[in-house]
Design a protein. Structure first.
Length: 71
């Protein structure tokens, strides 16, 4: 379920859908190279992923994000 996470490209190019997996990161698939272009290793270690590139493979996850203000 999308849940209102902001996105623009949907293909891992823009980084707009950066989100924090607060619970259940073990239920997601592996981090992809496209994500590494927008997230540092520290981000990844702290549970950040790109929503458009992250898939839940089992169980549930809790996700949060901060929407960027439009100019």
């Amino acid at each position: 379920e999308h849940g209102g996470i902001p996105f623009m490209c949907g293909g891992g190019k823009c980084g707009t859908c950066r989100c924090l997996i607060e619970h259940g990161i073990e239920n997601t698939d592996a981090v992809k190279d496209k994500e590494r272009k927008h997230l540092t290793q520290e981000d990844i270690d702290n549970g950040y992923r790109m929503a458009c590139q992250t898939f839940v493979v089992k169980g549930k996850v809790s996700v949060s994000w901060v929407a960027k203000k439009r100019m």
